[in-house]
Ligand binder design. Structure first.
Ligand SMILES: Nc1ncnc2c1ncn2[C@@H]1O[C@H](COP(=O)(O)OP(=O)(O)OP(=O)(O)O)[C@@H](O)[C@H]1O
Ligand SMILES: [Mg+2]
Length: 210
């Protein structure tokens, strides 16, 4: 049986993750692969409840520690009930955000120590690492401009620009620290060009993955 692969999409608000997810699904279908599509927080019944909770502006007082643990509670459930079984069965999975997002948002954004996040990663995800992570890198203001008019902003979208600048910097630092796993995409390009660059990266890795 061919091995399953885990591809994750990371980046700030409005960077184009959901758009790329659909494009990559179509690209993988040209290889005869129908990927499982999922997201964080979410992707499981429990995870979707956690998502509603952490994004609800009514819970403005959720402390940083609780937010971190909620994200990892959802992630533990996703890993055990979706990612591990799907990958073991040889399926490909594309996940809209994964553990890198906790380093960026709860770590750099909320000030939770990276060592604490690493401990949780080891425990909650059994150190599951993506085979490939696309970082959609975009100036914060451009991302925000893309999502205005999409309705009321959620609890995290309400953070000030400086929060998202920290998130972006942390994502870029992770990409630099793990250059084999990350592919950084210039998300300011038109979406067709972003998809073309991401597809080319998959094509480049395809032979090694067989
Ligand atoms: N490369 C692009 N250039 C211009 N607009 C784009 C591009 N990619 C996506 N968009 C548009 O920007 C908006 C946000 O895109 P999308 O929903 O894919 O981002 P996202 O990263 O999933 O956002 P969120 O973090 O809120 O989930 C959408 O209206 C989408 O059509
Ligand atoms: Mg999205």
């Amino acid at each position: 049986m061919r091995a399953g692969r885990l591809i994750t999409l990371e980046g700030g608000e409005g960077a184009g993750k959901s758009t790329l997810l659909q494009g990559l699904r179509a690209h993988l279908e040209t290889y005869g692969i129908e990927p499982v599509l999922t997201r964080e927080p979410g992707g499981t019944p429990l995870g979707e409840v956690v998502r509603t909770l952490v994004l609800d502006p009514a819970h403005a007082d959720i402390c940083a520690e609780a937010e971190l643990l909620l994200m990892f509670a959802a992630r533990a459930q996703l890993v055990r009930t979706c990612l591990q079984p799907q990958l073991k069965a040889g399926h490909w999975v594309i996940c809209d955000r994964f553990t890198d997002a906790s380093y960026a948002y709860q770590g750099a954004g909320r000030g939770q120590p990276f060592e604490r996040i690493a401990t949780l990663e080891h425990w909650a995800t059994q150190d599951l690492q993506p085979d490939l992570t696309f970082l959609l890198d975009l100036p914060v203001e451009q991302g925000q401009a893309r999502i205005v008019g999409r309705g009321p902003s959620d609890r995290i979208e309400r953070e000030p620009l400086v929060f998202f600048a920290e998130v972006r910097a942390a994502y870029r630092a992770r990409a630099a620290a793990f250059p084999e796993r990350f592919c950084v995409l210039d998300a300011s390009l038109p979406s067709e060009q972003v998809l073309a660059a991401a597809s080319a990266e998959i094509d480049r890795r395809w032979r090694d993955w067989q």
